[in-house]
Write a protein that binds this ligand. Structure first.
Ligand SMILES: Cc1cc2nc3c(=O)[nH]c(=O)nc-3n(C[C@H](O)[C@H](O)[C@H](O)COP(=O)(O)O)c2cc1C
Length: 343
């Protein structure tokens, strides 16, 4: 497919917020693969920001921009304060989670169950908007439980647009609040891309970002015929190099990242992080899929899984794994030549 050349929306391509996955270390890795794809933090609960260890929750590397902070919460004042702190911390966008159906999140009265309370969501988002100058955006589903009706989700979007929300990231399926695990809630309810396309038709002035089940940049680009942006989640974690051509195709940058170079840069990053007390595994666990589908990819994964989680493991684990993968790749690259010669 031809690259996108005309001014893309800042939301044209993004990586989804994923609890336990899109922490600062994984985001740093992604930034080595793609400079401009928008990144989101894991969801951070407003209350934790108000009372908890802010540097631990909010710190990020300057390279991670453009970067959005995703908040969870359901009380306007707390969300507004947390959003304000996020802006001061340097984030480029504040996003509100209206799509997570986990029991813990429901217990806190936020996430997907807020789709049942559009008035309250509008109040929260209005308060957040008042508290910051950066964009405040919503990430939601198409409905919850039996509330699966296009008119309902359209009214929900309209209500938030009325308080000034302009960017809607829509996981294109509903959520079941009972009976399904969070993982099942990402596979069982059917995807309804048509509804997301229709939202764009009905609200052409809003930025509509489609999320859910998108596996490749080709698929993303096809959706972009109908919406303003596409957000990928699991596909990126399972293989960060799915974004290999993102900068060239979506942002007009002439870059072609290379796995070995990314691994080498991560080694330097890990070195600096380890000096600050970060255990190697906190970083290496996100690197397991870096060579997915490549010669030496399984060896890399095995070496890291076995050695990087050991107490006191240092960056030499990464260095040695990298050397072995490189040797394996060289050996495989040689193979066809050898067999040609003997034919
Ligand atoms: C491990 C994991 C954690 C997630 N955590 C969050 C989260 O913190 N906030 C959120 O809005 N969505 C969360 N999600 C949902 C994703 O953002 C995304 O909406 C969903 O995975 C569908 O996109 P995909 O099919 O491209 O993965 C999570 C998904 C996964 C797999």
């Amino acid at each position: 497919m031809a690259p996108i050349t005309q001014n893309p929306s800042p939301h044209v391509l993004s990586v989804a917020p994923m609890l336990d996955w899109t922490d600062r270390h994984f985001r740093y890795l992604l930034r080595l693969v793609t400079r401009r794809t928008r990144l989101y933090t894991e969801m951070v609960v407003d209350q934790s920001i108000l009372l908890g260890n802010r540097p631990r929750l909010l710190d990020f590397s300057p390279e991670e921009h453009p970067l959005a902070l995703q908040l969870g919460g359901s009380q306007p004042e707390k969300l507004a304060t947390a959003a304000h702190i996020g802006e001061k911390w340097g984030y480029d966008e504040i996003n509100l989670n209206l799509g997570c159906p986990s029991e813990r999140v429901q217990g806190g009265g936020f996430g997907a169950c807020l789709m049942l309370e559009p008035e309250r969501v509008a109040e929260c988002m209005a308060a957040m908007r008042q508290a910051v100058r950066i964009p405040v955006t919503a990430k939601h589903r198409l409905g919850v439980d039996e509330l699966e009706d296009y008119r309902y989700v359209a009214r929900f979007v309209e209500k938030l647009a009325d308080v000034g929300i302009e960017v809607f990231i829509i996981h294109a399926r509903k959520a079941y609040l009972r009976g399904l695990s969070p993982a099942e809630n990402r596979t069982v309810p059917p995807l309804r891309y048509e509804w997301v396309y229709r939202l764009k038709q009905d609200f052409p002035h809003l930025t509509i970002v489609l999320n859910g089940g998108v596996r490749t940049l080709d698929e993303a680009q096809a959706h972009l015929e109908r919406v303003d942006g596409v957000m990928l989640g699991r596909a990126v974690y399972e293989n960060p190099f799915v974004l290999e051509r993102a900068d060239a195709r979506f942002f007009g940058l002439n870059r072609w990242p290379n796995r070995l170079e990314v691994a080498q840069a991560m080694l330097f990053y890990a070195e600096a992080q380890l000096e600050q007390g970060t255990p190697l595994w906190a970083i290496a666990r996100h690197m397991l899929n870096l060579f997915k589908g490549q010669p030496g990819g399984r060896l890399w994964r095995r070496l890291l899984s076995e050695r990087a989680c050991r107490r006191g493991a240092g960056v030499e684990v990464l260095r040695q794994a990298l050397e072995q993968v490189q040797a394996e790749a060289d050996r495989r690259a040689d193979k066809p030549l050898v067999s040609l010669a003997t034919d």
